[in-house]
Design a protein around this ligand. Structure first.
Ligand code: F6R
Length: 243
């Protein structure tokens, strides 16, 4: 794992955006695995600015999002599909046909997950996977568990994730209790992994990811076994790690 120290959220966002834009500049038809949440918003904003300046072109890029709430349609403002359009896709020249998010509106979990797995596999997996990390060490919606997950699957969200995500909903009861997520094995197929982390509430998870034992109780710890994983984190998120 390579650790890149950033000063604060803005610095972390710029550094993450630099790595993503370098990937797209080096390979114009790159496949990007993308994440939602608060962490990548700054990087998406930066990429939009560089796109507007003409520095980066997304016309041939294909994207594959990590996860989606089960039971939300694409146009639901709380869906990750909506989030990605609002925060990124609607502001760049990506071809809408090249954008992929698990289909949360399909109530048939097995069919929705198998279809998404096939899409990602047929694409040859992704060149670069952007990840945030949960306070409990989750990646995607792969929560602490007895074993590492494999392909796309349905998960029951943990109480801590429901609580953390409730900040984006009016009431905690509104947070969907289930989601479809890429599995850990699918994530590990990415040719490069970029983990972004910011803030003191991530410090413990970041420490466990980098220095703790590799265990499904901290899903992000498996990234220690990836041969090309970069962590970009700010001072607060790296506070528990030795410099
Ligand atoms: C989102 C995702 C999640 C988040 C994680 C951190 O697509 O896969 O694993 O990356 O929950 O969320 P934030 O960035 O909101 O702290």
């Amino acid at each position: 794992m390579r650790i890149i120290h950033a000063k604060d959220y803005d610095d972390m966002s710029r550094k993450a955006a630099n790595i993503i834009s370098a990937q797209v500049i080096l390979k114009s038809d790159a496949t990007l695995g993308l994440a939602t949440g608060t962490t990548p918003i700054g990087a998406y904003k930066q990429l939009i600015k560089w796109y507007e300046k003409g520095d980066v072109d997304f016309s041939e890029v294909h994207t594959y999002n990590l996860d989606e709430y089960r039971g939300l349609t694409h146009d639901d403002v709380q869906s990750y599909h909506y989030f990605m359009h609002e925060n990124f896709f609607d502001h760049i020249n990506i071809d809408p046909d090249n954008v992929h998010v698990p289909d949360g509106s399909n109530p048939d979990a097995d069919a929705a997950c198998a279809a998404y797995d096939k899409i990602v596999k047929d694409a040859g997996y992704v060149d670069l996977q952007l990840l945030g990390i949960g306070r409990n060490g989750h990646i995607g919606f792969n929560e602490p568990d007895a074993a590492f997950s494999k392909g796309t699957h349905m998960v029951d969200l943990t109480e801590s994730t429901i609580k953390a995500n409730s900040r984006l909903f009016e009431h905690e009861e509104d947070v969907p209790r289930q989601a479809y997520t890429m599995g850990v094995q699918t994530i590990m197929h990415a040719r490069m992994i970029l983990v972004a982390a910011s803030g003191a509430d991530k410090a413990e998870a970041v420490y466990d990811m980098i220095y703790g034992p590799v265990t499904p109780q901290v899903p992000a710890s498996i990234l220690q076994l990836h041969t090309n994983c970069v962590v970009v984190a700010d001072e607060a998120a790296l506070a528990k790690c030795p410099r």
